[in-house]
Design a protein around this ligand. Sequence first.
Ligand code: AMP
Length: 407
Amino acid sequence: MIAPGATLGVLGGGQLGRMFAMAAHRLGYRVAVLDPDRDCPAAGVANVHICAALDDHKAWHALAGACAAVTIETESAPAEALAFFAARLPVAPGEQALRITQDRAREKRFLAANGFGVVPFRVIATEADAAAPDIDALLPGLLKASRFGYDGKGQFSVRSRQELVSAARQLGGPGVLEQRVELAAELSVILARSADGATAVHPVPLNRHASGILDLSVVPAPLPHDISHLAVAESMRLAALLDYRGVLCVEFFLTADDRLLVNEIAPRPHNSGHFTLDACHTSQFEQQVRVLAGLPLGDPGLTAPHHGVAMANLLGQLWAEGEPRWEEALSNPHARLHLYGKSSPRPGRKMGHLTCIADSATDAQALASRIRSNSRPTLVPESAGEARPARLHAAASWRDMLEARLS
Ligand code: AMP
């Protein structure tokens, strides 16, 4: 066991690294983060920020010197880095698990070879692969980059072989063509697994995506219990096969014709597990800390098991007219606002999230959606002059208030 007071290292400094650091601090650990961006979300909360590329060997030496154990917050971290750290320190996850899960082609082959349901696919390594006549059976489909794709980035919707060939050319590297399947639902399993194989599974969320990006997660997933149960069993089998250490997320498709398919695996905490911060005894980030430090896993269950939870992502477009109005998110006792400290709110960029707890999953979803849409800054009607953000219920200034009280 690594005692509190020690420094835990993380490769990557995005919001997942930030929330890992916050969980580590609560248990008395220090945190060192390696990330090339001076203003990355984790930089503001980590004790040490090594500002360098994730494949910078000098930085690896510096991090190894500063830390008692190392984890990742992104699958873009080089697997060789984990091999480097594993020769010196405890690491979670291990190099092999990262190698498989960071490469879509390798991951799909691994899943198919081990009997997991996957969408019909073909690895497209060359233009000739894209032009193969038997590829038609997979169309219409999606060509996805094998590496470094996220939130729908590096993906092309293709309907014909010509479109596929041109998409493969644009991709400029290896990809995976997936048949487009009709989805009935998307769900995910988030679990933590220790070096000794002990496993703790969080309640299963149902996930709704918009434009390839997670929009809402709802817990408990409003699905027949057997489906969530099967997804958990398959995820535990997968974690054992990978000899996994750390927090793992397995995303599933439930197809319209009732197949349960593994979409992809994330070797780290996942956006669809953010509800665990406010709704579970132990969050996915605290589990990540616990596994890394060799502490016992925490209870992954809901603190209010008869309630429903919803997590709504707050993307950059919510900032299009200026800073959102947070009054309702901050004043409603059933809502919790999380902001990641990012300064440039580009459309599609994950800026924060909102968690709501209510009597049922449906009520929680309605509340989260309502508070999020009420947070959008409203424009003053055109007749009132040039359009500008308005605070519709802005309080009077303190000077006016004071004057009114005194008069
Ligand atoms: P991904 O980044 O691969 O998880 O894809 C993002 C989202 O696009 C998924 O969560 C689905 O909503 C949708 N999607 C991805 N692949 C497929 C597919 N083969 N068939 C239908 N929808 C898909």
